[in-house]
Design a protein. Structure first.
Length: 220
């Protein structure tokens, strides 16, 4: 697998709380130069990026990183992000709802946000480090039934990130048309190839550009 083939699957990511506009611009310059799939950035930077980097595919996060915002707030976040220029939305589910067995709430929330996204891509972060295997399998079905475009392993802010076992589990249980994004802890070239070969269509990381193309990674 060539560096270029890997980079085109990378959501080049900078989501740290202290991210400055100068750091975001470096991220965007790298994404343009190395043709990554997208930049994944805080919602506050979507409009400035859209204004300055017209050619970039912009991904942003909502309900991030804890997921327990009320649904109406997440819907509004998604709506405003799209109006500001985002083409892809990575939402965090309410893991508390999962732990309470309120799977209908999770399904309806994803449906509402996908309706808001329309033709834009919706990725659903389920934060696998806090879930049992049965919960992960149940969420594969929910993400599929809700019409989301991707299931995503992690925020990168939990107690652990993506694992190969989780990607393999997703691959077995998601429905047709749902893709996989691995995020958090994908640090080496071997990791990148392994996750892609296992079925990850996208990888969220700050490390890939530095690792493969000599850029200056800015931090997840």
């Amino acid at each position: 697998m060539t560096n270029e083939e890997i980079l085109k699957r990378i959501d080049h990511t900078l989501l740290k709380m202290t991210a400055s506009w100068e750091e975001i611009k470096v991220l965007c310059d790298e994404a343009v130069k190395f043709k990554t799939a997208s930049v994944c950035v805080p919602p506050s930077y979507v409009k400035p990026i859209h204004n300055e980097f017209k050619e970039l595919n912009i991904c942003t996060v909502i309900g991030f990183p804890l997921g327990y915002s009320i649904t109406a707030a997440k819907v509004l976040e998604a709506e405003r992000a799209i109006l500001s220029g985002a083409n892809e939305i990575d939402m965090v589910i309410n893991v508390g709802d999962v732990k309470n067995g309120s799977f209908d709430f999770v399904l309806e929330e994803i449906k509402l946000i996908k309706k808001t996204c329309g033709a834009k891509i919706l990725k659903v972060i389920i934060e696998t480090c806090y879930l049992t295997e049965d919960e992960k399998i149940r969420l594969c079905k929910i993400v599929t039934d809700a019409g989301a475009d991707f299931i995503k392993t992690s925020t990168g802010f939990g107690t652990a990130g993506a694992t190969l076992a989780d990607v393999q589990l997703f691959k077995k249980h998601i429905g047709a048309g749902v893709k996989i994004k691995a995020a958090g802890g994908v640090k080496t070239r071997e990791d990148l190839e392994t996750f892609i070969n296992a079925g990850a269509e996208r990888i969220g990381t700050s490390s890939a550009v530095k690792l493969l193309a000599g850029g200056a990674a800015s931090g997840y």
